[in-house]
Design a protein around this ligand. Sequence first.
Ligand code: NG1
Ligand code: ZN
Length: 560
Amino acid sequence: MNKEQLDLLLRESDRFPPPHGMRLSYGTAGFREDASVLLSTMYRVGILAALRALKTEAVIGLMITASHNKVSDNGVKIADPSGGMLTQEWEPFANALANAPSSRDLVRLINEFAEKENILLDGSKSAQILVARDTRPSGEVLLDAAKNGIGSIIGAVAQDMGTLTTPQLHWMVHVRNKGLESSELDYFNGLSNSFKWLLDSNPNNSELNDWDNRLVVDGANGVGGQKLELLKEKLNGLAIEIRNSGKGEGVLNERVGADFVQKEKTVPCSFGSQDVGIRCVSFDGDADRLVYFTVPSGSSNKINLVDGDKILSLFAIFIKEQLTILAARSKDTKIAFEPRLGVVQTAYANGASTRYLKDLGLEVVLTPTGVKYLHEKAAEYDIGIYFEANGHGTVLFSDYCISLLQPVSWELSNVFAGSETHKAALRLLAISKLINQAVGDALSGLLLVEAILRHKNWSIHKWSELYQDLPSRQLKVKVVDRTAVETSNAETKVVKPPGLQEAIDLEIAKYPQGRCFIRPSGTEDVIRVYAEASTQEAADDLATSVAKLVDQFLGDGSSK
Ligand code: NG1
Ligand code: ZN
């Protein structure tokens, strides 16, 4: 590091001292804490992004959001050149940077790391970082700190993209590094054009006069509702009403949004009896998750949830159908079109969904929680579909698969233009353009669900009845130190502290179809408990007794 760089770093980092007595960790989705303690973290992640951009010689993203967390929290994560999450190899460095106790320690760490990674810190190279934030009030000040961090590395330049959904920023990084147009307008045009294309490829389109095109969306009082207002103007064939769009009085994620709807199975604010029977959707605070639901008739405030597992199942059925059409024809063409289709879930997937998907003949694998794991696994297939039960997921297409789907491949193999085979290929191609290839995206997920339901002429009730969810319950337990829990087998077994797994197993054995696991959250200071059983009462009891065990082994006595 040259003297100019050293002086700049020391001078600037002194302005952002780290909070005392806190240990920050780059968790399931970056750093997340109460916004009031994050200035120094933002500054340091700005430096991290700049180093990553210098190392990869590509555009990097920095997103300020705490997704579904309460409005007083905030967070930051990095998008790698592919638009995916920061490589896990850099997470230890991210942790060390965030926790360096003084400016001198920080600069020493940067110097050592840059040397190890062969990153030249002499200003001879330039680097570009796209920065964006969700609608949290704390975002503006935190973004300034991140820009300061980027500006502390000579040659690195921040491009402020303003307020975006998390998947928009990831998408921009992804396409920018492919040398393609990457403005917000390009994003909206890409979604609306491929949606239209998909609808037009529906052989039954003209017979769908009775199709209910109404849809009510809960924007979680966040950025997703605002962006959908813009996208909506470009869409035909859907009558979208947006509530909790962030323009009114409501507070971000407070009794609204995908996390609330999925975990509490309760009607979000501003929804109620007027919505009985209509397709409803909830986004989370940064619009990378979506879940569908319906409001049942009657006086209860409970909903019928159509969660990420059912969205995954719908996508899997449709994609498999298209592949079957192609496989039948590929026998008498020159192309052997048999892409590997894989489905990736986590232990939070409802057991009934996993059984259903396997019964369809699909290959299903489980990974630990966190999109970085699911995405990585799904990318191993020609078409990989991944979803968390909470509604985060997408469909990945390999370059090989996309090249086979291009019209030119079909023309070469004598497939009759306009035939069902040809259309099946075009549908898959449209899906690959519609669905975000970088991360889960509520806007593109919504359009794909809508297009498939319309293709199949299915109501949300028909979709919801694909299989019956096993009753489940999620709880969180506050403990003194959540890192005291270590797990294995895609987080389904506790290996530390000793004896806890055996105690959990004894509880599970008491319940028919009982399944239960615990894991430390990567985004909150809690241990999460998930339980499933044949009745709701049994799932509740199992979760409660395991939460008590967690408390006995590790707690401070205040489970919530
Ligand atoms: P943690 O807090 O690690 O459970 C939560 C979600 C993850 C993922 C991240 C990132 C659950 C149980 N966990 O992580 O699936 O979406 O947030 O937003 O929903
Ligand atoms: Zn989110």
